[in-house]
Ligand binder design. Structure first.
Ligand code: GLV
Ligand code: MN
Ligand code: MN
Length: 391
């Protein structure tokens, strides 16, 4: 099922995927989703925030469904599995249930959330955050991409009505339970020697923008003593982040930097850098960001924050039992990666996640991988879980 997706948004030079939300590549993937839904006779809907839902059976008031799925956008130069594996597995699990002759007693939905990665506009999980009211629609609409286009501009160009964005209780009330299958973004399952695991929690995490301002000036004629070079405090901040992260037992990353105007022969006028910080303890993550912000001589803005997510324990244990097949329960693992399932869990929707073993442990990179047999084990586990939840 992933084969027809392989060329979409692929950079032939790197084998990486570039699938920004609402880009031609992501629009093509949305078309694929619609086609898969139609082939199975599912009822396709796009909600007010651009999330796609394909239903088997009609959810309604007092009759919420069981939903599974993930996202189809990617980070820049990402792998083939982060997102698409969860969506393809959702359709495949539905096929398997049909092949088994199972008639679910509850409506069953497949979802594709919009802009999970936040690669284009900076804020992750835009679709699920808008759906649950965790992101203010006015703020979302004003977010800008690298070309200076706002989300409002981009939605309008895609034929969507930006005025419709916002919390969507009708759509949300249809989701009784949400299960997201995802490629593992580490090597926990490799160490466990198991193809499928279950998520226990998502670390608290956030993104902060640091703007270092200085004075653009000539690289040859400006004496060192006369320079106001924002690259220097930026460099100190990167090193300080690494040192503080090690001391506090968290992780901190600067993976995106914008230097302007960007001349090789000029001192820059401004450096903007994005800090991603995560850890098991919210206090330590907050302490790191506070320390860096105080020492940085920069304007600091919090672009997103996701508190710790502890998945519903009863649901988690039920999944681990069922996904373990006839053997011992599937291993239960925490993760430092963010997911739409975390946003839904925070909004009070009973949610859970299945992970599929990733032999490289690498993710957000073309080296991300999952073996065919493990993907199939993931589909079987997901089908078992859905069958159990739909009883
Ligand atoms: C999404 O994958 C994230 O963890 O940032
Ligand atoms: Mn991701
Ligand atoms: Mn993902």
């Amino acid at each position: 099922m992933l084969e027809p997706l392989a060329p979409i948004g692929r950079d032939p030079d790197t084998d990486g995927y570039v699938r920004d939300a609402w880009s031609p590549a992501e629009m093509e993937l949305r078309e694929w989703f619609a086609g898969e839904a139609a082939r199975r006779g599912l009822d396709l809907r796009e909600d007010r925030n651009g999330n796609l839902w394909a239903w088997q059976g009609e959810p309604g008031p007092g009759r919420p469904g069981v939903v599974t799925g993930s996202h189809l956008d990617s980070v820049r130069q990402g792998g083939a599995y982060d997102g698409p594996l969860g969506v393809a597995s959702a359709f495949a699990a539905l096929d398997l249930l049909r092949a088994r002759g199972v008639t679910p007693a509850r409506p069953l939905g497949v979802v594709c959330f919009t802009d999970e990665e936040g690669a284009r506009f900076g804020v992750p999980c835009v679709g699920s955050r808008l759906l649950t009211g965790a992101l203010d629609p006015a703020r979302a609409l004003a977010l800008k991409d690298d070309d200076g286009d706002t989300l409002a501009d981009v939605l309008t160009k895609a034929g969507r009505d930006p005025g419709r964005l916002g919390r969507d209780d009708e759509t949300l009330s249809a989701v009784g339970t949400f299960v997201e299958l995802h490629v593992e973004q580490g090597r926990g399952l490799v160490h466990e020697g198991r193809p499928v695991g279950v998520a226990s929690a998502i670390w608290p995490h956030g993104r902060w923008r640091f703007d270092f301002r200085g004075q653009a000036n000539h690289a040859g004629t400006t004496r060192l003593a006369d320079r106001d070079d924002p690259m220097l405090p930026f460099a100190r901040m990167v090193l300080a982040a690494r040192e503080a992260a090690a001391r506090l037992g968290v992780v901190a990353t600067v993976g995106k930097v914008r230097v302007s105007p960007g001349n090789a022969n000029a001192v820059p006028g401004q450096v903007s850098a994005w800090l991603d910080a995560r850890g098991a303890g919210e206090r330590d993550v907050r302490a790191l960001v506070r320390e860096l912000a105080e020492g940085a001589h920069a304007a600091v803005a919090e672009e997103s924050w996701t508190p710790v997510v502890s998945f519903d324990e009863a649901l988690r244990d039920r999944l681990a039992r069922v996904a373990g097949g006839d053997g011992t329960p599937a291993p239960v693992l925490p993760t430092g990666a963010g997911h739409d399932a975390g946003i839904l869990a925070t909004a009070g929707v009973p949610s859970a996640m299945l992970f599929v073993r990733n032999p490289t442990g690498v993710s957000h990179s073309p080296d991300e991988h999952a073996e065919q047999a493990d993907c199939e084990a993931g589909v079987v586990a997901l089908a078992d879980v859905l069958e159990d939840l739909c009883r």
